[in-house]
Write a new protein. Structure first.
Length: 346
């Protein structure tokens, strides 16, 4: 569609330097450089290391994306960049680059909300949203239930403590698995019995549902799992890794999907979108497919490469903001690690 705006999307909120080009919701190129291996030996992301890696990777990643898409900077109509939430030092690298480009090219700047963008990226894969959609965003830092309705975003619920991905990474550390442990636990879980260990499902009792119908909590689950490991080690028993992982993954997927389906039903929404790095999780994907089908909901989950952090999600969010008439950001916006999940453009 030649009339759609050519949007340059820039993502630097965590450990991935992402640059993408999209014409409307047609993705031309998505280029990602990751510093994840530089953090592995520390068992988690080191903000200083991440910022420096963005500085080194940004120029080459931008050039690679432009070259592969066969477009020049002069053809870009708008620049979208993650403004938050995320690591402030890392966000600042992308924002500085985006502002410089916007100023030099005389093109509008859209400071994008990273969490909402994890849902909007689906429009590059499936069709543009033609009405409100229920969105579950699950990542290393977030677990949120949102209603995205054009330019408006409402948050129905979120995690009160750990994010889903974080709960996997932390328990992985206790098991001695390398960071990030999420994908490894996923793989182990495929060979295990999800009913082997009865892990708790927080905020699902009727009395909890009154106050927290759509909120999540994973810290109790993590503690229960940590105690289970400790008790097994005290008794000199081996941890049955596959059964343990399967039961743990089942507890997380069960609560996430039960609340998502309930929210779609209560809000009378027919489409459910799941995004964010944790939506790569196969136990979550399988359970969401099963429960959405049973409830007659249309489930959209982008392919894994679009679920982890990337520039494509930010380009998609920029195209979405333009399509729905949102105003560009001021060139004076700063990195905002607490950008509310109801605000798409900073
Ligand atoms: O969205 P993302 O790339 O970064 C953040 O914005 O946080 O999400 C990364 C998170 C990590 O916690 C990682 O362990 C988790 O997603 N993750 C997974 C899987 N793939 C990534 N967790 C469980 N199963 C997976 N297959
Ligand atoms: Zn993310």
């Amino acid at each position: 569609m030649p009339n759609e705006p050519l949007v340059l999307g820039i993502e630097t909120s965590c450990d991935e330097t992402g640059v993408a080009l999209a014409r409307g919701f047609e993705l031309l190129r998505d280029t990602v450089a990751s510093s994840v291996e530089e953090h592995a030996r520390f068992g988690g992301i080191v903000p200083e290391v991440a910022s420096r890696a963005h500085l080194q990777a940004f120029g080459p990643t931008l050039q690679a994306s432009l070259d592969a898409a066969e477009v020049s900077l002069a053809q870009v109509d708008a620049i979208a960049v993650t403004a938050g939430p995320g690591l402030v030092g890392s966000l600042a690298v992308g924002l500085a680059a985006a502002k410089a480009l916007a100023l030099a090219l005389g093109k509008p700047l859209y400071g994008i909300n990273h969490v909402i963008a994890h849902g909007l990226v689906d429009q590059l894969v499936h069709a543009a949203f033609d009405g409100p959609v229920l969105t579950l965003v699950v990542s290393g830092g977030h677990s949120s239930l949102l209603v995205i309705d054009g330019a408006e975003v409402r948050q129905l619920g979120e995690t009160l403590d750990d994010a889903a991905g974080e709960a996997f990474d932390k328990i992985g550390r206790l098991l001695g698995l390398p960071y990030p442990a999420g994908p490894l636990i996923d793989r182990l879980a495929r060979d295990g019995d999800p009913a082997a260990i009865a892990f708790p499902r927080a905020l699902t009792r009727p009395q909890d549902l009154v106050k927290h119908p759509y909120d999540f909590s994973f810290s109790g689950l993590k503690t229960a799992a940590a105690r289970w490991i400790e008790a097994a080690r005290d008794d000199g028993r081996d941890i049955p890794l596959a059964d343990f992982a399967a039961s743990y993954a089942e507890a997380v997927a069960d609560v996430l999907t039960a609340k998502t389906v309930a929210a779609a039903r209560d809000e009378q929404l027919g489409t459910v979108v799941i995004g964010g790095g944790f939506s790569a999780n196969s136990q979550l994907r399988d359970k969401a497919a099963e429960r959405c089908a049973a409830a007659g909901l249309d489930l959209r989950v982008p392919p894994i490469k679009h679920c982890t952090d990337n520039g494509a999600m930010i380009a998609a969010a920029g195209a979405h903001a333009i399509r729905h008439g949102l105003s560009p950001s001021s060139l004076t916006i700063g990195a905002d690690s607490a950008l509310p999940p109801t605000r798409l453009v900073a």
